[in-house]
Design a binder for this molecule. Structure first.
Ligand code: NIG
Ligand code: FE
Length: 411
């Protein structure tokens, strides 16, 4: 199978040499090729260049992209799309003045979603979740991380992992599963949190590792959830089974989770709405990428991650949707790219870098995804006619996506 895309107005994120991450000042550069072609064989980018050099290439399918842009599909490195039902009633409660924390303390929040998920059959959960995935693929996402964390029992967490495994088998999109059993303390463990942590470290992690579905471990390190010492215990148990940390830190409070993540070589530290100098210092000279989730800040009306401080300190940044029923019920990466510009004060170049190559890095797949490079996988967005890539974040809440190619297949 081969595809030739011709007359591309702007081909974005073009790298001759394979890049796997862009940091600091370099994020301001988005390499582009104007009036270009791109040639794909099977699932791989074979060749690209100026239209004037596009000679003697014959392909089974030719797409004329006159007036359109082509870029790597979005890499959404932080989602919770496997969940049951919704939390619209809590949404209304928040409009009427309750806070996210008050709702959680009254037994709502994550525990509400966990109860619903426990009562939902695996088949039903699969159907609800793959529908969400199909919607976000249509909006240009080609690779997605998916967390467990709404099970909160061994049985229900394994049910979630199985659903993620089935989604991975059935969808063309690249799926990266993460074990987030430490997402909240179940009601029955309220007064004996250490027993729940034991259940995670001694039973769930070994069982999950045996299934070999996930290579990542996550913890919600936050006041009222898992403190620094709990988080370290869980990360160590995960690492003993080769699960690398990718953790929720600094959403409401800076507890030292960033430094802890770096200490244990976390692939990413996500949220970071509350950030101090020590957190930024800890990230320097590490392999850990900070991830901002502006959809969560928008939906909960909490501060936005001080992304400028991170990038201006020379650090890399990825942006992701955090798609989940409680704090960010949207998987639209186009909106996230726009919110990154409007609210995090990223330039369009920085935002597109954060949503492609750096998103891929935050899932451990940037050697094969996230840039237009010969030999990399052909995961692409072909936009509707646009004058310039800045229109993607500028026209917020528009859908710029016309066609998508995932692993060389035109959808
Ligand atoms: O990333 N902060 C923890 N987890 C999710 C929200 C979960 C929920 O409210 O259901 C997040 O925002
Ligand atoms: Fe999250």
């Amino acid at each position: 199978m081969s595809i030739l895309i011709t007359n591309i107005k702007q081909l974005l994120q073009v790298h001759k040499h394979n890049v796997t991450i862009v940091k600091g000042e370099a994020m301001k550069t988005l390499p582009i090729l104007e009036n270009a072609y791109l040639y794909i064989e099977h699932d791989t980018i074979i060749e690209y260049g100026k239209m004037s050099d596009c000679k003697d290439i014959e392909a089974e399918t030719t797409i004329d992209a006159t007036g359109k842009l082509v870029l790597p599909s979005w890499c959404d490195s932080h989602t919770h799309i496997v969940y049951a039902g919704d939390r619209t009633s809590e949404f209304v409660d928040r409009i009427n003045g309750l806070t996210y924390a008050e709702i959680a303390n009254n037994g709502g929040g994550i525990l509400n979603s966990a109860k619903l998920l426990q009562e939902t059959s695996e088949e039903d959960l699969y159907k609800q979740s793959i529908k969400r995935l199909d919607e976000l693929i249509k909006m240009g996402t080609g690779a997605v991380e998916i967390k467990t964390g709404y099970g909160l029992t061994v049985e229900a967490e394994l049910k979630m992992l199985n659903v993620i495994k089935r989604i991975k088998q059935d969808s063309l999109a690249i799926i990266i599963p993460t074990l987030l059993a430490a997402h909240a303390i179940p009601k029955e463990y309220r007064s004996k949190k250490s027993d729940y942590i034991k259940l995670i470290t001694e039973e769930l992690i070994p069982k999950a590792a045996e299934l070999n579905i996930t290579h990542y471990i996550d913890v919600f390190c936050e006041e009222g959830y898992f403190d620094i010492s709990d988080t370290e215990t869980i990360l160590k148990a995960g690492l003993a089974h080769n699960l690398r940390p990718k953790i929720h830190v600094n959403q409401f409070n800076s507890l030292g989770g960033v430094a802890l993540g770096v200490k244990h070589n976390a692939l990413s530290v996500d949220h970071l709405e509350e950030l101090n100098e020590a957190d930024i210092k800890a990230l320097k000279n590490s392999d850990t990428i900070p991830v901002a989730l502006p959809g969560c800040s928008y939906f909960l009306s909490i501060p936005y991650t001080p992304a400028r401080q991170l990038i201006d300190a020379g650090l890399p940044l990825a942006i992701a949707t955090d798609y989940n029923p409680g704090s960010a019920p949207s998987g639209n990466m186009n909106f996230i790219v726009s919110a990154a510009c409007v609210k995090l004060k990223l330039t369009p170049e920085e935002a597109i870098n954060a949503a492609t190559i750096n998103g891929a890095y935050a899932m451990g797949i940037s050697n094969m995804y996230g840039s237009i490079t010969r030999g990399k996988k052909a995961n692409l967005i072909i936009t509707k006619p646009l004058n310039h890539y800045s229109e993607i974040p500028y026209a917020f809440a528009h859908n710029p996506v016309d066609q998508i190619i995932i692993n060389g297949q035109l959808l």
